[in-house]
Design a protein around this ligand. Structure first.
Ligand code: MG
Length: 426
């Protein structure tokens, strides 16, 4: 058996913490981050959790007096900020290992194989300190001989102050005791249905699950469940996934702040989403040849319903945004029906491949060898230097009345020169 050591680094209350970094006034205030269109709370700071508010709560249902009394701040989600802060955290973590798996926007697994001669708790503390220094964000570090145990160690570090946010469960004398402390529903990879089934069978915590015979686990929870149980026992079965797989599809779509009825507005939104999706495609040096456009009314409302989609194939794979905007608008005209209140429209790019792998055509140049690539590269670099959306497509509109509501949006502190915070020394 190959010995393995893994650290899981997870940012504490990531979205709320990003906001706090740039706004010292709310550093110890209860902060909630709202979903698209400011509807529900999607992320909370620990102070807000302590007030009994939980994820998924509807913002409008929280009493105004309660908000004032506790100084609660509810903010629109600032994904530009969170995305950029995430990149900074991951860049910092990559200093600590050559093998890093970015697991989500605020979590990464670090392989520490070959680092076992170090005091790994100290190494974890160093990670925590360095991320704090580079980004201002608090993280917790869990270390274990498998990914599943590293997850448990991370949870333990978060919930117990004496760990100071870093915990190594490898060879820990109290390992069994700690596994008993983890309820089955809190084990990484155990879904709600499996948790119920385990409880029905009298298996309440992670330790009890390690004691169940293999054949029972495999019968009840398939081979995936058996892998998980082995991981709990310290046998590494889930490898780190270091390579970013090329995306199979790219989707860009958002719900409207207010229902949209006019074809013109839908076309503007579609053009806008096309420009986002195709830019993402280019940033990975990819081209696509299939575009799908979909639109729908709000199925939760008691009003006439309509939803449809259609696709179009480009003659050759492309990374040129206008190619996609033209195709998308043609599709939209075909599937649009007047008289409905539309809630959502979106585009999806598919049949994606690397620019250099695009098939050749006798009659026209590929995207890679064409002036279209020069124009797009030029546009991307201008927008990178001068700010997002400095150069944009007229078809995406200027006023954009269809855009989603984000009334409590904080500035783009780290990605826009205009919004960079000013520090005054008095
Ligand atoms: Mg987190």
């Amino acid at each position: 058996m190959v010995k393995n050591t893994v650290a899981l680094v997870d940012c504490n209350s990531f979205y709320a913490s990003c906001e706090k970094v740039f706004n010292p006034d709310i550093a110890d205030k209860p902060v909630g981050i709202l979903s698209n269109n400011d509807g529900i709370i999607v992320a909370l700071s620990s102070e807000l959790k302590k007030l009994g508010i939980s994820r998924g709560a509807a913002a409008f249902k929280i009493d105004k007096r309660f908000i004032r009394k506790h100084g609660i701040r509810l903010l629109s989600s600032n994904y530009t900020l969170y995305g950029d802060m995430s990149t900074r955290v991951m860049d910092t973590l990559s200093m600590f290992t050559p093998d890093l798996e970015i697991y989500s926007i605020d979590e990464a697994f670090l392989s520490l194989r070959g680092f076992e001669h170090l005091n790994l708790t100290d190494y974890g503390r160093q990670m925590k300190k360095t991320v704090r220094q580079h980004t201002g964000l608090p993280v917790s570090v869990g270390i274990g001989s498998t990914k599943t145990l590293a997850k448990i160690a991370n949870r333990f570090a978060k919930k117990h102050n004496f760990t100071e946010g870093v915990f190594d469960i490898t060879n820990h004398p109290d390992r069994d005791k700690i596994l008993r402390w983890v309820d089955v529903e809190h084990i990484w990879g155990v879904g709600r249905q499996y948790a119920k089934m385990l409880r029905r069978n009298g298996i309440i915590n992670a330790y009890e699950l390690t004691q169940v015979p293999d054949n029972w686990v495999q019968k009840k929870m398939t081979i995936v469940g058996l892998r998980l149980v082995k991981e709990l026992r310290g046998i590494s079965c889930i490898d780190l996934e270091m390579d970013i797989k090329p995306k199979k599809e790219i989707v860009s779509s958002k719900s409207f702040g207010n229902p949209v009825t006019e074809l013109q507005d839908l076309m503007e939104a579609t053009s806008d989403y096309c420009s986002v999706a195709v830019k993402k495609l280019r940033s990975e040096n990819q081209v696509a040849s299939l575009i799908i456009v979909f639109l729908s009314t709000n199925r939760f409302k008691n009003e006439p319903q309509y939803a449809n989609y259609a696709k179009a194939r480009l003659p050759l794979p492309s990374g040129y945004t206008p190619d996609f905007i033209h195709a998308a608008n043609r599709i939209l005209k075909k599937i649009y029906r007047p008289g409905y209140k539309y809630k959502k429209v979106g585009v999806m790019l598919a049949d994606i491949m690397h620019q250099s792998k695009a098939p050749l055509d006798f009659f026209q140049p590929t995207y890679l060898d064409d002036h279209r690539k020069i124009i797009m590269d030029c546009m991307d670099s201008i927008n990178e230097k001068m700010g997002l959306h400095k150069l944009t497509y007229a078809s995406a509109g200027i006023k954009k009345p269809w855009q989603m509501k984000r009334e409590q949006l904080t500035p783009s502190y780290t990605t826009s020169w205009k919004h960079i915070p000013v520090v005054k020394a008095i």
